[in-house]
Design a binder for this molecule. Sequence first.
Ligand code: PSU
Ligand code: MN
Length: 304
Amino acid sequence: MMTAAGKDRFDYAPRVAEALASGGAVVALESTIVAHGFPPPDNLAVGRAMEAAVAETGAVAATIAVLDGRVKIGLGESELARVASDPSLRKASSRDLASLMASGGSGATTVAATAVLAARAGIRVFATGGIGGVHRGATTDVSADLPVLAREPVAVIASGAKIILDLPATLEMLETLGVPVIGWRTDRFPGFYCADVGLGLAQRCDDERALARLVSTHLDLGLGGVLIANPPPPEHALPRDRIEAWLGRALEAAAREGVAGPATTPYLLKFLHRESAGATVACNRALAIDNARLGGRLARALGG
Ligand code: PSU
Ligand code: MN
């Protein structure tokens, strides 16, 4: 359990506090996708559109970030604008939370950090674009998203894992960690911009009731979180061979420039955005909004 001192550092947006107190449906959203996932000014528009997509379902969106040492569960309009425009805002994973909170620092939270904070706030549903995983050719670079998902009782809705990763290894790792990967109306593992990367899934769900039952059963067993894999909207999905061609160049450039560690994911996404003349941005935006909408529907079906 978190100590009172830890909880004292949490600020809840009024609408989020109200929803949590009355057992209403709440969906957590991450801030790294806003700060580091899209070029400005698209990034602010995407953050707003994800919040709006949650609201349309009757659920309440809580975008999470650490600002000046305070954990923000739900951002006000000016706070979201700050996340979108402050170039000094670090990418904060779960390992960075204590240091930011203890020093009064600020950071945009990744999937791992957002899932930790959502769980502490009592939020069970979290929507994002694509999770991190095992990076290609570098088995020591494994996103903290995976072990956190295995530990924290949160349902993460994402379009699978990002295609920049070693996806077979990422799916294997999720299996090793005991994280159920549930295809939403699909039997295939989506790779972010791609509906199918040649990997099958053991579980699928086709309606919200069944999904809510499965999610609440896993969470109630105390087995950690689940990944709900929602393929990108068909009209925005990109063919795999085109992505792989862009990605080949992106990975080469990253190696040449010595990009490593937390800088890798933002670097590769930015490169793809440029290389694809914006096609990957449009797809990323569409899938993130669609995942937020499904998050809202799941939170509603969970009955709180
Ligand atoms: N999904 C997106 N865009 C992003 C990310 C996810 O559509 O930028 C971020 C998430 O915050 C995720 C992070 O946790 O990329 C993974 O980074 P790393 O591989 O360094 O753990
Ligand atoms: Mn990493």
